[in-house]
Design a protein around this ligand. Structure first.
Ligand SMILES: NC(=O)c1ccc[n+]([C@@H]2O[C@H](COP(=O)([O-])OP(=O)(O)OC[C@H]3O[C@@H](n4cnc5c(N)ncnc54)[C@H](O)[C@@H]3O)[C@@H](O)[C@H]2O)c1
Length: 358
């Protein structure tokens, strides 16, 4: 089923939630529980579905240990539906999207999938590109499928009713795409454009949302199944990011931002990135996107992973090559990420010297 699926999802930018009837007669909704309280119309909208499965968002939802329990319930809920007519609608942030997308890819050997991303991070990044995932022990996204949604609805009212902290989390992924994408708008790079745009993180996300989505698809379409390696550039900031996310339970986007600070400093140290572009990138992330490196704060130092913790998590990383190496994304210039194989030991030494692990 996976290889037969179309890579292109139909994207819909809408003001309000789409009518459940538009998805057909047999519909199963998986949604983040918080949406009932977070959005006044959500509860009455959700009750129009023929079957509903509310979930608690977060990394534990993606934990393999709890998966059989969820799967049994979902099979019961959908047992009377015709597999070819069933549409699974998944409304939530990236964790719910990764979980729900995985279910869509295996339930009845694959059913129609609609994503309604409800966090900025999911709207900008995780709902696009078809990656679904579950975590195994501390290893993030160890199991998964490529299963692009048939349709994705970006709902203005839902995104704009989120608390401000959610916007900061998405800014880590916005920074990533702005640094790696080489497309230009009116002759200006992403970084040039962001530097001259005023606004809060939420306003910047709203302003650059469509552009960020288009950038992600440009990368994904060149390497939809991550076979030639090009898609790995989307992992800028994710190697150390995943270590911090798994060990410190940092929100994904905040952890990715820390990983980007690490990658930028390492790129500078290896003379890959110029001093000027290094400081422009840092200024952008700190002053425009309001994200700051945590490595020198006392609170971080007390909670950071040890060398042993970091090694154990890195050895479960999917970007690992053999037992001792990992593919790491450096930045050479704006729009010029480079993939390099580094020793896990080198990475650990660098993370230690920058104060990310202790
Ligand atoms: N598949 C991919 O390509 C991809 C890419 C990037 C990230 N991810 C995954 O995405 C996850 C991170 O995404 P996330 O930050 O959206 O996580 P999330 O789903 O855990 O949501 C973050 C928080 O926001 C809450 N929330 C969701 N919608 C809300 C709303 N409208 N109003 C108020 N609160 C709301 C959730 O309950 C949760 O507490 C990670 O698991 C990461 O691995 C996947």
């Amino acid at each position: 089923m996976t290889s037969m699926r179309k890579q292109k999802s139909k994207l819909n930018f809408v003001q309000s939630l789409p009518s459940p009837n538009s998805f057909g007669e047999d519909t199963l909704l998986i949604h983040d529980k918080v949406l009932i309280k977070a959005n006044s119309h959500f509860a009455s909208w959700a009750h129009q579905f023929t079957a509903i499965y509310p979930v608690k968002a977060g990394e534990s939802l993606k934990n393999l240990d709890y998966f059989p329990h969820h799967m049994k319930k979902l099979v019961q809920l959908s047992h009377s539906y015709n597999p070819r007519l069933l549409t699974l609608v998944v409304a939530g942030g990236g964790s719910v999207g990764d979980f729900g997308g995985f279910i869509a890819s295996i339930l009845k050997r694959g059913v129609r999938l609609v994503h309604i991303p409800t966090t900025w991070l999911a709207a900008l990044d995780s709902s696009h590109g078809g990656k679904t995932a579950l975590n195994v022990s501390q290893g993030k996204n160890q199991i998964g499928t490529f299963y692009p949604a048939d349709e994705i609805y970006i709902v203005h009212k839902i995104l704009h009713s989120q608390p401000k902290s959610r916007a900061l989390e998405a800014c880590g992924e916005l920074a990533k795409i702005a640094l790696i994408d080489q497309s230009k708008l009116q002759g200006k790079s992403w970084v040039d454009q962001l530097e001259v745009t005023q606004g809060t993180p939420q306003q910047l996300l709203s302003r650059f949302l469509k552009q960020a989505i288009a950038s992600k698809y440009r990368v994904v379409h060149k390497d939809p199944y991550e076979q030639i390696g090009h898609r790995q550039i989307l992992n800028l900031g994710h190697t150390l990011g995943h270590v911090l996310e798994s060990f410190m339970k940092l929100p994904h986007g905040i952890a990715v931002a820390q990983g980007i600070f690490f990658a930028l400093d390492w790129s500078l140290k290896l003379d890959l990135l110029s001093k000027e572009n290094h400081s422009r990138a840092l200024n952008l992330i700190k002053n425009k996107l309001c994200l700051f490196p945590l490595n020198n704060t006392p609170k971080f130092k007390n909670k950071r992973p040890s060398v042993q913790n970091a090694r154990a998590i890195l050895l479960q990383d999917k970007k690992r090559k053999g037992c001792h190496e990992v593919t790491f994304i450096f930045l050479k210039d704006f729009g010029k990420p480079i993939r390099k194989t580094v020793l896990v030991d080198q990475l650990i030494e660098e993370a230690y010297s920058q104060g990310w692990i202790g």
